[in-house]
Design a protein around this ligand. Structure first.
Ligand SMILES: *[C@@H]1O[C@H](CO)[C@@H](O)[C@H](O)[C@H]1NC(C)=O
Ligand SMILES: *[C@@H]1O[C@H](CO)[C@@H](O)[C@H](O)[C@H]1NC(C)=O
Ligand SMILES: *[C@@H]1O[C@H](CO)[C@@H](O)[C@H](O)[C@H]1NC(C)=O
Ligand SMILES: *[C@@H]1O[C@H](CO)[C@@H](O)[C@H](O)[C@H]1NC(C)=O
Ligand SMILES: *[C@@H]1O[C@H](CO)[C@@H](O)[C@H](O)[C@H]1NC(C)=O
Ligand SMILES: *[C@@H]1O[C@H](CO)[C@@H](O)[C@H](O)[C@H]1NC(C)=O
Ligand SMILES: *[C@@H]1O[C@H](CO)[C@@H](O)[C@H](O)[C@H]1NC(C)=O
Length: 519
């Protein structure tokens, strides 16, 4: 129930019945013509069987000013502003509306409006309905809009630049056939992205736009636009942007329109600066205590910035991430347009980077979960987690992959297993295929060919129940990295191939994949 009905019910509780029927109150802009249209129809007449009258008013600090009022019984609409058209049917099951149009409109009309209807319900008790709307005039362009309008260094997480043109008619344009967005730097024009009716939208080579969206068409109520979006924009994003619109005018001649925008930046606000300063001071104090070199701090900062930059680059898999040895949460941008994926990238050595899909190290996350959890993923990339088959399948698209498993046993000995062939089958078996490493059949290779089972799903739920996890069980398994944390035996976090791998639960597990270098 929206707020206005709630208020209405509150008001009516003493005077009349509370009804479900609602007014439809919309604003519409065509060129510089703007209209407010309040309409009503109660097909069932359950709430309103007779309409007596309707009125549209402007809400101001001093009260409500009626702009148009009309009754179902006789007389023409009373208009105090704009051009009013209306049809008010006595019968609540027929459509009634009051429409006010201003042509041209100007910004003095911007504000809040309310529409009211009074009528009778089936038992002839009075019914009052009301609905509010607010009017803002849409900028028609052609123009360039940046959101936010000013880059706040270090605080702006998402920046978008949009080329737009609204209401082609009023610009004497019958069709826009293409829009291009360029960045102008040192007098050089770099085309970042373009959209055209013939070729769709594409991000130009050399441009690092993270997302794009666009609309080109003849729907008079939509703006034709092209929008580019960046993540974690840096200072180098500021400067001059130019949009070019190509099309045909109403007499069939080509038109070419340009618009520009200068993106500036501000340093963070005072409050933010104080907060940052506080943080830095705390860090500084702890650093002085530990008597560490301040350059270490600077390096940490520099690394953080690099992590953010890598996240904004649009990687499709961790393999291409360029960071020093370590593990980092990075945002991936799969090609399927289904949104971003946050993953943990493990840089084992420069150029040897893996996408982690399972990680355990302290038992904080329960892995005894059902199929939906294993499909969607659980935990956090900053802690223990299972990325989820959904995400894995979106990242592992074409090509061949290998899997790497890093595990530590209870005495702190580390083991690494790499199977050069790795694939996960289709939903919902997610069949495992691994090969290329000889674990004597006592490692992951035993599970190759098996479908994934959880306690509530898959071919072998009894194994998932017995072994406390989700896994590629084949009458259970020799490996059980999603098993019970801290539990000895097969149902624990186990890997039979290792010397102690089933006697004591493992203390660290990581499963990760990357593309095979050979085609
Ligand atoms: C705006 O209203 C005027 C007057 O009613 C009309 O002539 C004109 O065509 C309208 N423009 C648009 C874009 O609808
Ligand atoms: C007002 O809205 C109603 C319902 O959508 C519609 O039938 C009617 O034609 C509109 N009136 C005008 C003048 O646009
Ligand atoms: C804006 O529009 C209103 C209503 O049509 C009109 O009364 C007013 O004079 C206009 N103001 C300007 C500045 O054009
Ligand atoms: C559109 O064409 C009309 C008539 O040719 C002209 O008066 C008007 O200024 C033009 N408008 C624009 C935005 O070019
Ligand atoms: C801004 O910096 C990022 C990261 O260093 C780089 O990828 C991008 O090309 C730069 N953009 C411009 C417009 O120079
Ligand atoms: C496990 O590690 C996570 C992430 O570092 C931490 O938030 C959590 O408190 C730890 N839990 C336990 C039980 O140690
Ligand atoms: C195992 O790897 C960890 C880092 O993941 C390291 O701290 C530890 O020293 C290694 N253990 C041995 C026995 O090498």
């Amino acid at each position: 129930m929206d707020r206005s009905i709630m208020l209405l019910c509150f008001y009516l509780v003493l005077t009349a019945v509370c009804v479900g029927a609602q007014l439809d109150f919309r604003t519409r802009q065509r060129g510089r013509n703007v209209s407010l249209n309040c309409s009503f129809r109660d097909a069932s007449t359950a709430d309103v069987s007779f309409v007596i009258g309707m009125a549209v008013s402007r809400i101001s600090d001093t009260g409500e000013e009626v702009l148009a009022s009309v009754t179902s019984v006789g007389s023409a609409p009373v208009s105090h502003s704009g051009v009013v058209t209306s049809r008010v049917s006595l019968d609540g099951s027929h459509e009634s509306y009051v429409n006010i149009e201003w042509s041209p409109a100007n910004s003095s009309l911007e504000g809040d409006y309310i529409c009211r209807l009074n009528g009778l319900d089936p038992s002839n008790s009075p019914v009052l309905l009301s609905q509010e709307t607010s009017l803002t005039l849409q900028d028609q362009g052609p123009g360039v809009r940046a959101t936010p309008e000013i880059l706040e260094v270090g605080l702006t997480r998402i920046l978008s630049i949009k080329c737009y043109i609204f209401d082609l008619d009023s610009h004497n344009v019958s069709e826009v056939s293409s829009i291009g967005l360029s960045y102008i730097h040192d007098g050089i024009d770099q085309l970042l992205i373009a959209t055209s009716t013939s070729e769709g939208t594409d991000i130009k080579p050399g441009s690092d736009v993270a997302f794009s969206s666009s609309y080109l068409g003849n729907d008079q109520d939509q703006e034709n636009f092209l929008e580019a979006t960046w993540q974690n924009p840096g200072l180098n994003r500021t400067g001059k942007y130019e949009c070019t619109f190509n099309g045909i005018d109403t007499s069939g001649n080509p038109v070419f329109i340009e618009a520009t925008y200068e993106l500036n930046h501000v340093e963070p606000s005072k409050e933010e600066l104080i907060r940052e300063l506080e943080e830095l001071r705390n860090k500084f104090e702890s650093l002085s205590k530990e008597n560490q070199d301040l350059s270490a701090e600077r390096e940490t900062m520099a690394l953080k910035i690099r992590i953010l930059e890598e996240s904004g680059k649009g990687h499709k898999i961790c393999d291409t991430v360029d960071l020093p040895v370590g593990q980092y949460p990075i945002t991936l941008f799969p090609d399927d347009g289904q949104g971003l994926v946050e993953v943990l990238c493990d840089v084992v050595s420069p150029g040897d980077v893996w996408t982690v899909f399972q990680k355990r190290f302290n038992g904080s996350e329960s892995f005894s979960r059902g199929f939906v959890a294993y499909d969607q993923g659980f935990g956090s990339v900053r802690g223990e987690h299972w990325l989820g088959f959904k995400q894995v399948k979106r990242i592992m698209t074409t090509g061949q992959y290998q899997i790497r498993v890093d595990i530590s046993d209870h005495s702190g000995v580390n083991y690494t297993r790499i199977y050069p062939q790795f694939s996960v089958g289709a939903f919902d078996g997610y069949r495992l295929t691994v090969s290329g490493y000889n674990d004597g059949g006592h490692g992951l290779s035993f599970s190759s060919g098996a479908d994934f089972s959880t306690l509530d799903h898959g071919p072998q739920p009894h194994c998932a129940i017995q072994d406390n996890g989700g896994w590629w069980y084949d009458n259970c398994a020799f490996t059980n990295l999603n098993g019970q944390w801290g539990q000895s035996g097969e149902s624990g976090v186990s890997w039979f191939e290792l010397p102690d791998g089933r006697i004591h639960s493992l203390t660290k597990t990581e499963m990760k994949f990357k593309k095979s270098s050979q085609p």
